[in-house]
Design a protein around this ligand. Structure first.
Ligand SMILES: Nc1ncnc2c1ncn2[C@@H]1O[C@H](COP(=O)(O)OP(=O)(O)OP(=O)(O)O)[C@@H](O)[C@H]1O
Ligand SMILES: [Mg+2]
Length: 279
């Protein structure tokens, strides 16, 4: 089976300007990072602050180029020097900060329709219909179409960011700490929404998180990074049951764990009731 995403030996150096009598040098933010994600699966990426998670997220979504290595999306190699317009459509990103990632001057409807203007030949009527449908799909209301981002709560903003990412039918969503800024009960609702959308659209996720209880809940596979390198990579159960690397063992014993039972209970109640409520 072809992986939706495959990274081979990815390296990323950031140039560091030298000072007086000092040469320019480079910081290696990623070193030899390789992994693959199959369709419909979730790969969780975990690691301490500064280990290179967001750097990797920007490379996977073709925002920044890798210094070396190969990236394949749906089996097609990304051309490091090219535009990759169609590949860009296939990989969308949702950022951590729901307050900073939406343009405050753009109405919600325009924000959702914009990717269609850029990527499709849909006419204005169809664009509007699709945006309205997506608002409802992520648990918001058609009347939110003409509102500005500041009129929404943090959880609702993450729903908007997810809606925008899904407008062009991506294959892969990279979620960089998508629920870290939200209250616990709202986290559970947004995680539920992501799980439902994954089932419905057979989406593939790369989910970056420092919260191990969230990772345990959503991941099929887990990759642990340390100082720009992959130190652990395997199925969720293998990594959680028997962490191999000293750093992972330390991480797992030291991290305070969110009350995942509360999240689970909520998920179960919601599923039993057959409803989804907006955060
Ligand atoms: N534009 C940049 N220029 C130079 N160095 C950078 C740049 N962006 C990131 N770095 C460095 O690369 C390393 C990895 O940063 P990155 O943001 O990917 O970490 P992270 O794992 O996402 O951390 P966090 O958990 O805090 O979000 C850090 O040492 C950082 O200082
Ligand atoms: Mg980051």
């Amino acid at each position: 089976m072809t992986a939706v995403l495959e990274a081979r030996h990815i390296v990323r150096d950031y140039p560091v300007a030298g000072g007086f009598l000092r040469k320019d040098s480079a910081v290696r933010a990623l070193n030899d990072v390789s992994f693959r994600v199959e369709q419909g699966k979730t790969l969780a990426i975990v690691g301490e602050s500064g280990c290179g998670k967001s750097t990797l997220a920007r490379i996977l979504t073709l925002i920044d180029p890798a210094t070396a290595g190969e990236l394949l999306i749906d089996g097609e190699a990304v051309n490091l020097a090219g535009m990759n317009a169609e590949l860009r459509r296939k990989v969308q990103i949702v950022f951590q900060n729901p307050y900073g990632s939406l343009n405050p001057r753009q109405k919600v409807g325009d924000m959702l329709m914009e990717p269609l203007v850029l990527n499709t030949k849909d006419n204005a009527k169809l664009r509007r219909e699709k945006a309205m449908a997506m608002l409802t799909r992520v648990g918001l209301m058609p009347e939110h179409f003409n509102r500005y981002p500041h009129m929404f709560s943090g959880g609702q903003r993450q729903r908007l960011a997810i809606a925008r990412a899904l407008m062009v039918n991506p294959r892969l969503l990279v979620l960089d700490e998508p629920v870290s800024a939200l209250d616990l009960s709202v986290q559970a609702q947004v995680l539920n929404l992501l799980a439902d959308l994954q089932d419905e659209f057979n989406l593939t996720y790369v989910f970056i998180s420092h919260d191990l209880s969230v990772v345990r809940y959503i991941a099929d596979e887990v990759m642990v990074m340390f100082k720009g390198e992959v130190v652990e990579y395997g199925t969720r159960d293998a990594v959680f049951d028997a962490p191999q690397h000293a750093y992972t063992q330390k991480l797992f014993s030291a991290t305070p764990v969110t009350d995942i039972e509360a999240i689970r209970a909520r998920v179960a109640r919601r599923r039993a009731a057959g409803i989804g409520s907006a955060a």
